[in-house]
Design a protein around this ligand. Structure first.
Ligand SMILES: Cc1cc2nc3c(=O)[nH]c(=O)nc-3n(C[C@H](O)[C@H](O)[C@H](O)COP(=O)(O)OP(=O)(O)OC[C@H]3O[C@@H](n4cnc5c(N)ncnc54)[C@H](O)[C@@H]3O)c2cc1C
Length: 381
């Protein structure tokens, strides 16, 4: 049985591993020219703090030994679901089961649509290489977006010797992960390292200045100059390929709990699927969904029973050079109480408890006991 997998990120590689372990002939199509890598590690790579080998998932022998045909630099350009075939630069090839694992792309806010040539997203290795090439100590960097990605970019950029301004639309950093006190600890840490924070304001325009650098105008009236701008405002899905093929899509590909799409021989997993219980994109979800998509694709083809995916709360974590952020569960919730374990200008550690049940943990500046409490999520405290 031949399984075609489109996309060799976290979901696609896990799907390939799962299908090949069950004896399928696997063709894994990758739009990227390099061996699949751990996407969250791109930030460290962009700032020269990790090497390519440190962020690569597996060497070429790993794929060969499993009989996985890894087709690099080979984007799939169309699929004919009724003929069970897909087309790439290699021509048109048949499949018995198909898995979409095409991931997501960086979101682009309105000001950036007119200035894309001046802005660096950070999503693929190519983006990270562009940033890495332009790095030099003393350069001024503007980071747009103050979620976990923007915070990590700002922190690593300072360590790489850059001068950083971070612009965030909301009033505090990482508002979807942290309550105010934990956010303030993150803000204190970054300010202490020299990062200029512009909170509660959006970039309204970005223009190239006569000196060759960029002028950022914010809607608060504030402004700044930068040599380089990195965008970190979230993700979007590109559904053009599956939609054109005839698969039902909303914001992403619509799937059942078994990761089956509107075509019974096509499955999907990872960022590209619209899976309502999972509000955010994560490696954990992508891996679990990729594995299930492959197992169910084979089960469906052989008339076996299919399993169902259950989303789990996944921690959001970043720890590097003494800077530590960990959160799981909602940032706040009606009827929940915050149990503060430790609070100072440098550290905030707290639990979110509702009706005696631990529903969340927020730790900024220290991760002491995070793993211990993580095991107790959903349980009586
Ligand atoms: C900088 C950064 C930091 C992150 N940090 C974290 C973190 O700390 N923790 C966490 O849980 N998540 C993090 N994420 C999110 C996480 O990386 C994604 O949720 C995860 O990679 C999704 O896996 P995926 O396999 O669905 O998609 P991806 O890993 O994005 O892989 C999809 C692949 O499909 C390829 N592709 C697309 N179209 C085609 C086509 N037509 N033909 C062939 N190939 C195609 C793409 O080029 C890409 O290589 C981060 C993301 C980024 C960008």
């Amino acid at each position: 049985m031949r399984v075609g997998i489109i996309g060799a990120g976290h979901a696609g590689v896990k799907a390939a591993e799962t299908a090949s372990a069950q004896g399928a002939e696997v063709h894994l199509y990758s739009a990227e020219p390099v061996l699949p890598y751990y996407r969250p590690k791109l930030v460290g790579y962009a700032f020269g703090q990790s090497s390519l080998s440190e962020i690569t998932m597996h060497d070429a022998a790993w794929y060969e030994s499993r009989g996985i045909a890894l087709l690099l630099n080979t984007p799939v350009t169309s699929c004919d679901l009724s003929a069970r075939s897909l087309t790439s630069k290699l021509g048109t090839e048949k499949y018995d089961a198909l898995i979409f694992a095409t991931g997501s792309l960086p979101a682009v806010p309105p000001f950036a649509r007119h200035a894309l040539e001046h802005i660096h997203p950070l999503w693929h290795l190519g983006h990270a290489e562009d940033i890495r090439r332009l790095l030099s100590p003393g350069k001024r960097l503007a980071v747009v977006g103050g979620g976990i990605l923007g915070v990590e970019v700002a922190h690593r950029a300072v360590l790489a010797g850059l001068q950083v301004v971070l612009v965030e639309r909301l009033g505090h950093l990482m508002e979807s992960n942290f309550g105010t006190e934990a956010s303030v600890v993150v803000e204190n840490s970054l300010r202490g390292m020299g990062v200029r924070l512009c909170l509660g304001t959006c970039v309204s325009s970005l223009k190239k200045a006569p000196a060759g650098d960029f002028h950022l105008q914010m809607d608060s009236g504030d402004s700044d100059r930068a040599d380089m701008v990195i965008l970190a405002v979230g993700a979007r899905r590109d559904t053009s390929l599956p939609r054109t093929a005839g698969l039902k899509c909303g914001a992403g590909i619509l799937v059942t709990a078994g990761m089956q799409t509107s075509d019974p021989s096509v499955f999907a997993g990872g960022d590209i699927v619209e899976w309502p219980p999972c509000p955010h994109f994560s490696v954990y979800e992508a891996v679990m969904q990729g594995k299930l998509a492959a197992a169910n694709a084979l089960a469906a083809a052989q008339g076996g029973a299919m399993a169902e995916h259950k989303s789990a709360d996944v921690p959001v974590s970043y720890t590097y050079e003494g800077f530590s952020l960990n959160s799981i569960g909602p940032a706040c919730e009606n009827g929940a109480d915050e149990v503060v374990l430790e609070n100072s200008a440098e550290i905030h550690r707290a639990l979110l408890v509702k009706a005696g049940i631990l529903i969340g943990i927020q730790m900024a500046g220290s991760s002491v006991d995070f793993r211990k409490y993580e095991k107790m999520i959903g349980k009586k405290l």
